[in-house]
Write a protein that binds this ligand. Structure first.
Ligand code: MG
Length: 184
């Protein structure tokens, strides 16, 4: 019987492998985060975006969501659910919304900015999100949950990158003008 507790490193590897199995790479997710943040930061690197995606994929809450979401899509492809939810999930019904709930749950770990970044990705469908959405319309393919989960990981990574940049900026500025003692 399989274990139920996994280390951060194991959770990262299991998430990475499941995503790859579904045709999604860490680089593609990082690319969305990069493009979202490049608008605001000139010296952004892909490396910090990739590191953020990897970090996010190692959190327990996110591990459970990624693993569950991918299994729901797979079982929907195999027509393992009963009517009417089978047809509703297969059709990726716009008014279903449970896929967005899982996405929001991931993005909410990064506050209101994480949520609005997810909203932007959900509406504009950049890069791999668009590809997953289009592929999901083919017979025998279901990406109802995967597109939201991938978009939300990108939004979380993008927000984490913005936090890192803000922190670096604060450290740089505080060297130039340290807080006055009365404000410490
Ligand atoms: Mg969806």
């Amino acid at each position: 019987m399989s274990r139920i507790y996994y280390s951060r490193d194991e959770m990262f590897q299991l998430n990475r492998d499941r995503l790859l199995e579904r045709g999604v790479t860490i680089e593609e997710i990082a690319e969305i985060a990069y493009n979202q943040q490049a608008k605001y930061n000139d010296n952004l690197t892909m490396q910090v975006c990739i590191e953020s995606v990897e970090k996010i994929l190692s959190y327990r809450d996110i591990f459970h969501i990624v693993q569950l979401a991918i299994e729901i899509d797979r079982l929907t492809e195999e027509e393992k659910f009963r009517s009417p939810i089978q047809e509703i999930m297969r059709a990726d019904l716009g008014m279903f919304g449970i896929d967005e709930i899982l996405g929001l749950s991931i993005a909410s770990n990064y506050g209101v900015i994480g949520q609005t970044n997810f909203g932007d990705i959900d509406v504009n469908k950049p890069g791999v999100v668009k590809r997953l959405n289009d592929e999901g319309k083919k017979t025998g393919v279901c990406h109802t949950f995967l597109d939201d989960v991938v978009g939300a990981i990108a939004a979380a990574a993008s927000t984490r990158v913005a936090q890192i940049i803000s922190e670096n900026e604060a450290m740089r500025e505080s060297k130039d003008s340290p807080l006055r003692p009365s404000l410490k």
